[in-house]
Design a protein around this ligand. Structure first.
Ligand SMILES: [Zn+2]
Length: 81
C-alpha cells in the first residue's frame, strides 16, 4: 500500500470499517511508515477531542477540512525530504 492509498482509507481505518484485507494492508503500512503514523495520530487525537466535547462523530465538513490539512502537511513533508 502506498501513502496516498492509506490516506484515502484512513478515515475508514479509524472507524474500523475497512475490509479485513485492506485493514491488514493499512496496518502493515503503518508499521513501516513514520509519516503515516503521525497523520494517524493527529487524526485520532482530533477525533478524540470531538468526542470529549460530547460529539460522537466529526461533522463531514470538519472531517474533510481535517483531511485536507493532513494531506497538505503530508505532501509538504514529502517534498522537503
Ligand atoms: Zn505512508
Amino acid at each position: 500500500m502506498k501513502c496516498e492509498e492509506l490516506l484515502q482509507y484512513l478515515s475508514d481505518y479509524i472507524d474500523q470499517e475497512l475490509e479485513e484485507e485492506l485493514n491488514s494492508e493499512a496496518q502493515e503500512h503503518l508499521a513501516t511508515c513514520q509519516n503515516c503514523r503521525v497523520v494517524l495520530d493527529s487524526t485520532q487525537q482530533t477525533i478524540f477531542l470531538f468526542r470529549e466535547q460530547g460529539k460522537r462523530t466529526i461533522p463531514a465538513q470538519s472531517r474533510v477540512r481535517l483531511f485536507n490539512q493532513l494531506q497538505d502537511a503530508f505532501i509538504k513533508s514529502k517534498t522537503s525530504e
